[in-house]
Design a protein around this ligand. Structure first.
Ligand code: ZN
Length: 657
């Protein structure tokens, strides 16, 4: 661990808050120090308020900001005088503390201040840094953690026993600091939690953090407990998509809503899940209270939802006496699942959440292995774990999540997703909060979207091997399948029956019909496990209802597809799966309809392009987005009681009517 401070860069930041931004970002750059919104920093500044009084303000990191990318607006200003008075109270409940902090903000639009605000206020230095550095957490999560910290730092740090973050911790730290700190004190180590450093200059405060953590890393290295590794794992047995979907169904049942379950396809996660002592190591609770990650080692529990539910009931019964007052656990869902066959899976309400958990757990594995190498991982005692799971502030965080998009936690697969209607379907599903697996023969599909909730896979859906591999990759990414939009299809140039060759006929059927049969067959077992039941939308065509000359292969294949849809509706109703079809017509904002082609077609009818586009009863233009929105709605609550419907989206067509 090295200081990243650069005097030239630092001079670009003029004032005390600017330097606070600069050095906070330096801390945020090192994942061994700070991960995903973890850690917090502050600076104390005296300013004049609107009525001319001078007041000292604490600028502390606000919630929702990440140290790596924080800006001045990410620091919440609060009146120091009141914070110091609060620190002297005998007792302050979490909700009271949250209220007091809110009322002392001098900028009403600033974010909610950190739960560690009062602690920052009590430390009598201008700058304060706080991290949950891997090295500190590794050392303090061992049996002799305190002695080890003492042997590393002597009396240059104040040591604080474990107390949950909040008022009690702030008060204890203030008391210990007042009695134990002296001129050579550089920091404060919070057992099973993290470390503080402080100074009156931004640079010194930051560099003290780096120096203190570097000493801890050196200590671990000297005990052969820094560069830890795991034995090479036995590979998972493919296919895993069925197991993943079953696991996701069970987890979602416990949660009460659909969750994303992301398979972490790496050797480290798999090797840890196969570690001979994973059952004990993984069940001791989180390495730091900053990220409360409920971890489940699966083989102990079985894979059914009852297994999860009864485990939690047992947990509650065992630990209930420790609860200060009866509370309900809002979200008992595990966020990490370890299975010796599947490896490491992370769980989230969104793919992004599951991904953040994966990053955090990756570091947790290191912490556990380092502590084990040091002589034994020993995380928090069970009563603390219980308090943490029922923590007011954690619960408040859950409550803040507010209204979620309609498809939050759900997964949609769309074929032909790189352009036209398929691409618009991808957008419509992402917009509604679904994680999307998009397949297309066009390689552009891979990079269509950058978010964690998108997986674009190049795939010729008419090739069985490619399709199988794409399903494995896509389902592993998100854990299952809720919605299927069968959109990929080909529309060859017009050809009358007299000149239609077998090859062309077969080729069109291969893509428009056979591939969809394969997709339906392979996706059925997954859709059956969808937490809120599976939904399928078939992209039919106006030609099914009103065919035209010269499109025999296309019209016949789409008609067969619709017949397949009707059979599926009959067969799958018992699994709760509903399947409906759309019949779009004259959607011209797709790749095949270039300006040239459009002009030619319009000319053929003696019309201008604009009139040609609205050649329907309602004189309206049908866009890809219109079709996609309807496809997405067909998967939503509006169509909850409809299956085997065929809905035209064509502006009204006399022949169809
Ligand atoms: Zn902390």
């Amino acid at each position: 661990m090295k200081s990243l401070w650069n005097d030239n860069n630092a001079t670009q930041y003029q004032d005390a808050l600017g330097l606070r931004v600069y050095s906070s970002r330096l801390l945020g750059q090192d994942p061994n120090l700070v991960l995903h919104g973890g850690g917090n920093t502050s600076v104390k500044i005296t300013e004049t308020n609107l009525v001319g009084d001078k007041e000292e303000r604490l600028y502390v990191k606000g919630s929702g900001w990440d140290l790596a990318t924080i800006e001045a607006a990410g620091f919440t200003p609060l009146r120091m005088a009141h914070l110091l008075k609060l620190a002297k109270l005998e007792h302050l409940s979490d909700p009271q503390m949250v209220n007091e902090l809110k009322t002392q903000m001098t900028d009403a639009s600033a974010p909610s201040p950190s739960v560690e605000t009062i602690l920052h206020a009590t430390l009598p230095y201008k700058y304060v840094e706080h991290t949950h550095a891997d090295a500190i957490v590794s050392i303090t999560n061992t049996v002799e953690g305190e002695q080890r910290i003492r042997s590393i730092y002597g009396d240059r740090v104040v040591i604080i026993p474990y107390v949950m973050p909040g008022f009690d911790l702030a008060r204890l730290c203030a008391q210990r600091f007042a009695t134990e700190a002296h001129d050579d004190t550089l920091g404060m180590v919070l057992l099973n939690h993290g470390i503080f450093s402080f100074a009156d200059s931004a640079k010194l405060s930051y560099e003290r953090m780096i120096d203190l953590v570097a000493l801890a890393e050196d200590y671990l290295a000297s005990k052969n407990a820094w560069g830890v590794s795991l034995a090479a794992p036995r590979p998972s047995k493919a296919p895993i998509r069925g197991q993943m979907a079953a696991l996701r169904r069970d987890i979602s049942r416990v949660a009460g809503f659909p969750m994303i379950v992301a398979h972490q396809n790496n050797d480290k996660g798999l090797a840890f899940a196969q570690h001979p002592e994973v059952g004990t190591l993984s069940q001791q609770g989180p390495a730091t209270p900053d990220h409360v990650i409920r971890t489940k080692y699966m083989p102990m529990l079985g894979r059914d939802a009852d297994g999860f539910a009864s485990h939690y009931k047992k947990y509650f019964d065992t630990h209930a006496p420790h609860a200060k007052q009866p509370k309900t656990m809002l979200d008992p869902t595990p966020r990490v699942v370890l299975d010796p066959e599947l490896g490491l899976c992370t769980v989230g309400r969104s793919a992004k959440d599951a991904d953040i958990t994966a990053d955090i757990y990756d570091h947790t594995i290191d912490v556990i292995l380092r502590a084990t190498a040091l002589g034994g991982f020993k995380a928090l005692p069970p009563e603390h774990l219980f308090d943490m799971e029922y923590w007011d502030l954690e619960q408040a965080k859950l409550n803040q999540s507010g209204a979620l998009p309609v498809f939050a936690g759900e997964v949609a697969l769309i074929t032909g997703g790189a352009s036209g209607i398929g691409k618009a379907c991808v957008d419509a599903m992402l917009k509604r909060g679904a994680a999307v697996i998009a397949l297309d023969i066009n390689a552009d599909i891979a990079t269509l979207h950058q978010g964690k909730d998108y997986r674009g896979i190049q795939c010729d859906v008419s090739d069985g091997l490619q399709l199988n591999s794409a399903l494995e990759t896509g389902i592993a990414a998100f854990g299952g399948l809720d919605m299927l939009v069968l959109n990929a299809g080909v529309f060859p140039g017009g050809k009358r029956i007299a000149s239609l060759e077998d090859d062309e006929w077969h080729q069109v059927f291969k893509v428009n019909l056979d591939a969809n049969l394969a997709l339906m067959r392979e996706c059925h077992p997954l859709l059956k496990l969808a937490p809120r039941n599976g939904r399928v939308v078939i992209m039919g065509s106006k030609n099914v209802l009103a065919p035209g000359p010269g499109a025999a292969a296309y019209s016949a294949s789409k008609s067969a597809l619709v017949q397949l849809m009707r059979i599926a509706a009959l067969e799958w109703a018992e699994d709760g799966i509903r399947i409906n079809a759309l019949h779009p017509d004259a959607v011209f904002d797709t790749a095949i309809w270039t300006g040239e082609v459009l002009a030619a077609r319009a000319g053929h009818y003696g019309m201008n392009v604009d009139d040609y586009k609205r050649k329907n009863l309602l004189k309206t233009e049908i866009c890809s987005q219109d079709v996609a929105e309807l496809a997405a709605e067909m998967c939503g609550p509006l169509f909850a009681k409809t299956t085997a419907a065929q809905v035209p989206i064509d502006g009204g067509n006399e022949r169809v009517i």
